[in-house]
Structures are given as C-alpha cells and as structure tokens.
Design a protein around this ligand. Structure first.
Ligand code: MG
Length: 253
C-alpha cells in the first residue's frame, strides 16, 4: 500500500494536481472538428511548457517501446493510451478521451475527461455521462473505514444496470510520488475486500467503460488499446485525496 503523503508532499501534490487539471482543461477546450490528434497533443505540450510541468506519459516504457505522445488521446473505439498522430482527424460525432498525467514540483497528478464532439449519438452520450457518474460513485467510496474493494464495487454497481462492458485489464491506482503506485483499483470487485483506505492516500480513480463488450485488443504500436468489437468507450478520471472526512478531488479546478 502506498504510504500516505507527508504534509510537505501533500502541499506539493495539491499544486501538481491543479496543474494537471489546468493542462487537461486547456486541451479539452481546444478540441474541435478538423484538428488531428497530433494537433491536440501539441496543445497539451504547449500548456505543459507554459505551466512548467512535465509529461509523465512521454517516454514511458511498456517493455517494448517508449510512449511518443505528451498525453493519451483516445478516439471512439480506442479505450486508452491512444497516441496523437497526423492521420486521425476529429469529426462530428466523435468522442475523445484526453488522459493527462503531469509532474510538477516532484509530484504526479493524473486526470482524464471524455470530450464530446457534437452531434454525438444519444447512446454514446449516455455512455460518457454514466462513466463520469460512476467515477463520482467511486470517489464517494474513497473514505477512511472503507477498503479498496468498496471503490471498485461502487463503480461496478453504478455501471451494471446499463449493461456496459467494464475493462478488466486496466485499473485505477495510487499516484503521487510516481505515476503508478499501489494499490491497484479495479473498476469491478467485492465490497469490504482489499486494503484499508487511510487518510493521506492519493488515488487515481478511473472507470474505463465500453458501450459493448469489455473485451479489448492492442494495436500494433503496442500502446493503443481498442475495444475488440469496435464500439466506443469512455474514460473519466480524477486524483483523489482520502481524508478523515469527505474525499477531496485534487484535480478539480
Ligand atoms: Mg491513471
């Protein structure tokens, strides 16, 4: 289990998460029809330069190759880890997940938003809305006295009535001193199971939800994760501080 942050680390973490949120917000607001995903990546890169933070994703090694982008840009059937390129142009009806992980003053903040490029078909709009709501259901369970499984169960329970697929292979996670820390936080699971939540923990909670089946496949670039059935997927994420009271969303502007 991640060791709770010290007061000094927490002070820097608050700033780092605000910066990550600002990069995401600026990038999300810039997305429009006709841009390539490379253009979007460059907006994020410039925002990081302006805010004096670094991309944690850039150069990240998956055992086969280093991630070449600054943020992950995942369009429609791409679930996560999409790489900005000059061939993918944003068009009406697309959904675009922007996953921004940045380091500032030595601490890492992680957040994701799915941007809707209107007009988006109603079932896809609902997918994104329910995924965001499931994120908030998970956050509400991030309390002292609960365990990791309570967060997982809250997300799964929120999604279940809609019959959406919940990605199995990728999880939320502890975050702070590095991008991925203990504990893993699956988006499905049993209540009262897993490690106890302690005040001072910082967690990236991130439902990745598919309109169809939960099954995924990897593209040849070794990074891009797509739905196996080609249907769209949504992804929402915040970095959250567990406190003695209500959970605090650190990546909220
Ligand atoms: Mg994350």
């Amino acid at each position: 289990m991640l060791k709770p942050l010290s007061p000094d680390e927490l002070a820097r973490m608050r700033e780092a998460c605000k910066v990550a949120a600002m990069v995401l917000d600026r990038t999300a607001k810039a997305v429009e029809v006709g841009m390539t995903t490379y253009d979007i990546d460059m907006v994020a890169k410039r925002a990081m330069e302006d805010l004096h933070c670094e991309s944690t994703a850039h150069g990240c090694f998956n055992g086969e190759c280093a991630f070449p982008g600054w943020i992950c840009i995942s369009v429609n059937d791409v679930v996560i880890h999409g790489i900005g390129d000059m061939k993918t142009t944003i068009k009406p009806g697309d959904i675009v997940s922007l996953d921004v992980v940045t380091k500032y003053k030595g601490m890492v903040g992680d957040n994701t938003r799915t941007v809707l490029i209107e007009p988006v078909p109603e079932p896809v709009r609902q997918l994104s809305k329910i995924t965001e709501e499931a994120l908030y259901a998970g956050i509400a369970a991030a309390r002292v006295g609960n365990r990791v499984g309570d967060i997982s169960y809250a997300i799964e329970s929120y999604i279940k009535p809609y019959g959406y697929g919940i990605v199995r292979e990728y999880n939320g996670h502890g975050v702070g001193r590095t991008m991925h820390e203990e504990p893993p936080i699956p988006n499905y699971g049993k209540p009262h199971k897993g490690e106890k939540l302690k005040a001072g923990l910082t967690l990236a909670i991130e439902p990745m939800i598919c309109l169809g089946s939960h099954r995924i496949k990897h593209a040849a670039d070794t990074w891009t994760v797509k739905t196996a059935d080609g249907k769209p997927a949504a992804h929402w994420e915040h970095t959250v501080l567990v406190t003695d009271g209500d959970p605090e969303i650190l990546t909220k502007l």
